[in-house]
Design a protein around this ligand. Sequence first.
Ligand SMILES: C[S@@+](CC[C@H](N)C(=O)[O-])C[C@H]1O[C@@H](n2cnc3c(N)ncnc32)[C@H](O)[C@@H]1O
Length: 300
Amino acid sequence: MPADLRPVHIPVMPREVLQWLQLSPGLTVLDGTVGAGGHSSLILKALGPAGRLIGVDRDPMMLNFAAAKLSGVNCLLSRGSYLEAAEILRSNGLEKVDRVLLDLGLSSDQLADRDRGFGFDAGGPLDMRFHPHEGRSAAQFLQQSTQAELQEVLETWGEEPAARRIAAEVHRRLQTGGAVETTADLQSCVAAVCGDLRSSSGRTALTRVFQALRIRVNEELEHADRMLTQVLPQILNTDGIAVVISFHSLEDRIVKNAFKGNHGWQVLTKTPIEAQPAEVRLNPRSRSAKLRAARWQPQP
Ligand SMILES: C[S@@+](CC[C@H](N)C(=O)[O-])C[C@H]1O[C@@H](n2cnc3c(N)ncnc32)[C@H](O)[C@@H]1O
């Protein structure tokens, strides 16, 4: 990490996360999306020296940020998907944990990094992978997918009304020798269909298109669903608590359905918890956050 690169991400709903995790000294906690370590540093304080935190992130850059912020013999950091949590715990001599935090989606640090292509304002190559060498970049996905596939991605994960026309424009460019390799290239495809990108409708369209591609490239919703339905029941101790923060309705639906769909969960949050207006003023990213918590109590 360059010395002048400082994380800018502000953890969302920090007070609520601590409250719903119901932490006490000595517990073992998995932060499956450790990011720059904002939530984890608060969790570590609440756990005291007898507690233990395992922090996981798919992105090596974010794990570097976390390593710079978090320290102590009771803090273990590992690069990988939270889907690999059972193996990561085993390789650290652990089997189960008492608490799990998942703060889904991407960090403001990833969004701001010009080399990653997550943010339409940041510029740079159209990559969008959480791990820079895993799987296909967004540009490769655009090149290799059919127009119908792209339209489906924009409809399903972006809920973009102009999905058909934007997919057609991307394919027209690719087939006429044009490139869609940078965030600016993709912006100009959206502009050709939606008009002025400085207008609020133009920015909304860009947000939806970039979100849809990022979700597809990283298979984010599949990961979240498998984590909640398959991995958490394996790695949570009885009476353990999972707290999950999501940032859009598709993600929140997955969390809600996973907690409802297994009788082992006792849902603690009847309706999702949202950030207080004072937090939204300070951290606009918290506006769309929804927090759900559930206790794992499998029937014997
Ligand atoms: C919203 S940020 C987390 C911020 C963190 N809570 C903090 O306070 O700094 C989401 C993080 O999850 C990571 N991530 C996304 N999908 C993941 C996955 N399947 N496994 C592990 N980490 C993932 C991203 O790389 C990103 O760093």
